[in-house]
Design a binder for this molecule. Structure first.
Ligand code: ZN
Length: 63
């Protein structure tokens, strides 16, 4: 089972959702094409020991 995360596109600002599979205690980075503007979003997600999920998004210019 994956977990749904939500994030805002750094290009157009629209909400996006995706399902990810967490590795325990590890952060992971992947690319998700925006469902609205189709540009590649670099997403870093991590989950701490209390189960809090943090999501960090970047565009392809590193912003
Ligand atoms: Zn977008």
């Amino acid at each position: 089972m994956g977990e749904e995360i939500q994030f805002n596109c750094p290009y157009c600002g629209e909400n996006n959702y995706t399902d990810i599979f967490f590795s325990e205690g590890k952060s992971q980075t992947f690319i998700h094409d925006c469902e609205v503007c189709c540009r590649p979003i670099e997403i870093s997600v991590s989950k701490d020991s209390t189960g809090n999920v943090s999501v960090d998004v970047k565009n392809d210019e590193g912003f």
